[in-house]
Design a protein around this ligand. Structure first.
Ligand code: HEC
Ligand code: HEC
Ligand code: HEC
Ligand code: HEC
Ligand code: HEC
Ligand code: HEC
Length: 507
């Protein structure tokens, strides 16, 4: 489209020509890529970045250059007092043709930008973009997300939700994050909990609603003991999830039923300590419960008063950094680690409790130690376990990689799970039997208020034939009944969060 020079004016300034080349080629490549992206049916991160982030940059640069070129030309023309070509003459077929071409080009361009804009919006909202563009930083969240019940729910449905205001807020904080990422000024691990997360009620409730009455939910949890024969212990719980609204609300989901409101103050960033809890009933009656650690000063401090919602229990709906104990139990249950290998539970747990600076180091140590224990002298009590030990080694490495991310300073100990009371206090942050109101009322500590134990058994035969009968909890491995004030965490608490920065300094 470059013009011939007339009247001694130099041809279209070079910048304009480059602008045209850039614009036309970017638009052409962009159109092809958008078509490819739409037809191929699956989005690919790298074509996405090129199509929706790089092409628009080239396109805008091209258009800007054309514009600058055009302005330069105008300025030169006016300097030479030759502005005749600026007059549009509709009787001049050359002018009409140019106008037509311009019209067609503008229409094509508008279409392309509309489709491109729409697709870029979706692209920057996609799971691939969230998880992989900042791959280095968010790998642990991305990996754990993919094996969670929400693996098909996109990141933005929980992290942004619907509505323009949160969309804008998220893009602003996204820009800050991209800046921190590019300038390498972010800290590892990514802080948790997210203190400015959109209230869960506005995101989770797009798909779940607490008035849905779930009734009771049955769950059987199987452990393998650290005895030589790795024999199982299983407990069947009938969890009183409940639900409903107002005065009909009951059970565990009562906390989030309409009408009631539970507020609390926690004195640490991870929300592990909760010395103050306020319950407001539908009639406005308030009851305040405080624990022995309560210091009235905290009411006058800057501590946030948080209204309880879904993520105070389901704080790991998607990024589930599973307890290795649980993972090993599951792998034995699924036969991926052969229960017949003597003392395998004990040996594997020992390995997963060690500290390793890198995944590679962990994998090496796992291989070395289990090989030395079982394969150097493959005959153990008259049997060989060569094949199953090799399988176990591969599985233990898998387990390690699914819940330890030493390069990102993240592992299961840095991300507590509050839905229970076995490794972290979770429910027991409030339900430990010490949170008392002035009236003497105590937040319930009765096991049967949350779940019934409808079966328990220890040993291979016994677990296989576990019957239904309501029972009191008895501790496995002949430890008998626990005192009411004993908490599982007194003995089973997760280790202190690994401080990778401190460890690195120490080396
Ligand atoms: C089912 C809802 C849900 C989905 C889907 C989801 N997240 Fe999250 N995410 C959460 C919640 C809830 C938290 C905050 C937990 C807390 O505050 O204790 C969180 C926390 C995070 C954190 C902070 C660190 C941490 O683990 O607490 C990052 C980073 C993150 N999410 C990234 C992502 C990415 C990337 C995706 C998509 C691959 C994603 N999330 C998908 C619910 C979700
Ligand atoms: C876009 C829809 C969507 C959103 C938003 C969503 N979920 Fe879910 N959630 C699902 C689906 C679908 C399932 C069922 C998955 C299955 O059964 O495999 C599910 C399952 C669950 C379960 C049962 C998990 C299990 O172990 O079976 C819990 C608990 C849960 N969601 C909590 C949450 C919380 C908390 C949030 C908000 C942070 C949330 N969900 C946001 C769609 C959603
Ligand atoms: C007081 C703690 C607590 C709160 C608050 C809570 N939940 Fe639950 N929820 C539980 C427990 C415990 C279960 C039982 C299942 C389990 O242990 O994994 C459960 C089960 C569920 C299930 C699976 C039950 C079914 O019907 O299949 C879903 C879905 C769920 N919760 C969503 C939510 C959502 C959404 C919210 C917020 C509106 C919420 N929960 C608030 C503790 C809680
Ligand atoms: C922030 C404090 C807090 C946390 C955390 C908490 N609760 Fe509660 N819960 C309360 C208060 C306050 C009450 C009301 C007083 C009572 O009934 O004892 C209550 C009541 C209950 C009730 C009785 C509801 C009814 O029918 O009246 C159940 C069941 C329950 N909680 C289960 C759980 C479970 C399970 C968890 C953990 C997954 C949990 N709670 C975590 C504060 C909490
Ligand atoms: C405030 C509610 C609440 C109270 C009170 C409570 N539990 Fe639990 N308990 C739970 C929840 C929630 C889980 C987790 C279920 C799951 O894993 O989904 C759980 C899990 C368990 C488990 C299985 C642990 C595992 O992972 O193997 C046992 C055993 C258990 N509770 C025993 C007890 C006993 C004994 C008491 C009374 C001294 C008690 N609980 C009191 C809510 C409660
Ligand atoms: C006074 C300390 C103590 C308390 C309290 C306690 N345990 Fe244990 N528990 C032990 C010891 C010691 C072992 C055996 C050592 C091992 O295998 O790690 C054990 C082993 C177990 C095992 C079998 C093997 C395993 O490692 O998975 C289960 C299951 C178990 N405990 C559940 C519970 C539950 C649930 C509670 C709370 C209701 C609880 N324990 C409270 C000390 C305790």
């Amino acid at each position: 489209m470059s013009e011939k020079s007339s009247g001694g004016i130099p041809i279209q300034p070079l910048i304009g020509v480059i602008g045209w080349i850039l614009t036309v080629s970017a638009a052409g490549v962009g159109a092809l890529l958008i078509a490819y992206d739409m037809l191929s049916g699956h989005s690919n991160l790298y074509t996405g970045v090129v199509t929706y982030m790089l092409i628009p940059v080239f396109l805008s640069a091209g258009i800007a250059m054309i514009f600058v070129g055009w302005l330069t030309k105008l300025r030169r023309r006016s300097r030479h007092q030759e502005d005749k070509s600026l007059v549009l003459d509709l009787n001049n077929p050359k002018h009409v043709n140019r106008l037509k071409a311009l019209g067609i080009f503008a229409a094509l361009f508008a279409c392309l930008s509309a489709i491109g804009g729409y697709r870029s919006y979706h692209f920057t909202e996609s799971t691939e973009f969230c998880g992989l563009t900042c791959h280095k930083v968010m790998e642990p969240e991305f990996v754990t997300y993919h094996s969670s019940p929400h693996a098909k729910v996109s990141c933005v449905e929980c992290h942004i939700g619907s509505g323009a205001d949160w969309y804008v807020k998220s893009k602003m904080s996204g820009l800050r994050q991209v800046y921190a990422y590019l300038t390498n000024s972010y800290e590892l691990p990514i802080d948790t909990p997210i203190h400015n997360l959109r209230p869960a009620r506005e995101t989770c409730e797009e798909c779940h609603w607490p008035e849905k009455f779930s009734g009771n939910l049955e769950k059987t949890i199987t452990h393998y003991t650290s005895e030589e024969d790795n024999h199982p212990y299983a407990v069947r719980l009938v969890l009183k999830v409940g639900g409903g609204s107002g005065e009909f609300a009951s059970g565990i989901h009562w906390h989030v039923s309409s009408g009631f409101k539970i507020e609390y103050i926690s004195t640490d960033r991870k929300r592990l300590e909760i010395p103050w809890v306020k319950m407001t009933a539908p009639d406005g009656k308030e009851t305040v419960f405080t624990s022995e650690e309560f210091d009235p000063e905290i009411l006058n401090s800057t501590h946030e008063i948080r209204t309880m919602d879904c993520i105070d229990c389901h704080n790991r709906p998607s990024h589930i950094f599973k307890d290795p104990l649980k993972l090993v139990n599951e792998s034995i249950g699924e036969g991926k680690i052969d229960v017949k290998i003597p003392e395998i539970k004990y040996n594997v747990m020992g390995l997963l409790e060690e500290f390793y600076a890198t995944t590679e180091e962990a994998h090496e140590k796992i291989e070395e130690t289990l090989t030395a224990t079982y394969l150097d002298d493959p005959e153990i009590e008259g049997a060989t376990f060569e094949e199953s030990v090799k399988n176990a080694i591969a599985e233990v490495k898998e387990i390690y990689s699914s819940t330890f991310f030493p390069e990102k300073h993240v592992d299961w100990t840095t991300h507590p799970d509050f839905n229970g009371h076995f490794r972290w206090d979770g429910c027991y942050r409030c339900h430990d039997g010490t949170h008392t109101a002035d009236s003497g009322e105590v937040i319930t500590h009765d096991c049967n208020n949350c779940h019934l134990i409808s079966g328990q058994a220890e040993g291979f035969e016994e677990v296989a034939n576990m019957e239904y009968e309501l029972q009191k909890f008895y501790h496995p491995m002949d430890m008998g009944e626990l005192e009411p004030e004993d908490k599982c965490t007194d003995c089973h608490e997760a280790p202190e969060p690994t401080d990778y920065v401190e460890v690195a300094k120490g080396e």
